[in-house]
Write a protein that binds this ligand. Sequence first.
Ligand SMILES: C[S@@+](CC[C@H](N)C(=O)[O-])C[C@H]1O[C@@H](n2cnc3c(N)ncnc32)[C@H](O)[C@@H]1O
Length: 295
Amino acid sequence: MRTGGPFRTGAAVWTRTLNYRHAFHAGNFADLVKHALLLAVLGRLTREAEPLTVIDTHAGAGLYALQDEAAQRSGEARAGVARLIADPLAPTILKPLVAAVRDCNPPGPLQVYPGSPWLAVGALRRDDSYVGCELRPDDHGALTVNLAPLRGGPRVELLQADGYDVATQWLAQGRGRTLLLIDPPFERADDYACVAELIAGRPDPVRQPALIWTPLKDLETFDAFLDVLERARPASLVAAQARLRPLDDPMRMNGCAVVLVDAPDVEAEARTVCAWAAAHLGSPGGCALVDRLAG
Ligand SMILES: C[S@@+](CC[C@H](N)C(=O)[O-])C[C@H]1O[C@@H](n2cnc3c(N)ncnc32)[C@H](O)[C@@H]1O
């Protein structure tokens, strides 16, 4: 497992901007929606023989202790993954995520929740590769330690680097079939613009697929983001929203969305996952909306 690489480190960026700590949010409704759809997309992509690389532009720490002060204080995992695990009627499409959560925990109450690096590496084959980018030195260090038990599977590279730069350079080098997993904290004013630039800049003729996670606060921001993505003329564009409540208060995270660009068709799965999250983790007025905007 390499922990360096040819990409520029993002030390200057991280010291300037990064306050976001995913440990507070790990295992919440938004993680469940994102991770269930990530596993659905990877399930489709790994049916093809050609090796696949996942570029995880915002990797986080890989595993999150649910007994930590951060998780206990926020209570988000209790309101999210704990309810999923306790739901015997959870839809089949959520079962791979439930199995992955169970796999990284001892029997009994949940101790940890797996992040996207753990889930992606677990879903890839030996000839596939995973490249995880994490700017924070502490989270990058934790990621390196947390993924060590998965050695021996697909090739894993963990970079303390800016994920937008790494992904742009990777695609420019034309290094084969790739899934971009783009999961920014959206604490930087330019995160939406950086995502849109990365999507628009994917080289032709094979524009690699992307799974993008966004928060849902107000509809204006989300619609404006989708407009920009549409202007990049993707062959397919699907927006899946899990709204926990009506989008009345733009200061709150009222839900989340997963936007699939040129990705395999998991529209039906997205409907099921978002509907389960809205019905079981939301309040009255929540709903699921899945729209195909292109393709
Ligand atoms: C939402 S969390 C990632 C969660 C992870 N994808 C998962 O699903 O388990 C976002 C992470 O991105 C990191 N980050 C923020 N900006 C970044 C950038 N430009 N490049 C790489 N990592 C970044 C943050 O430190 C944080 O750990």
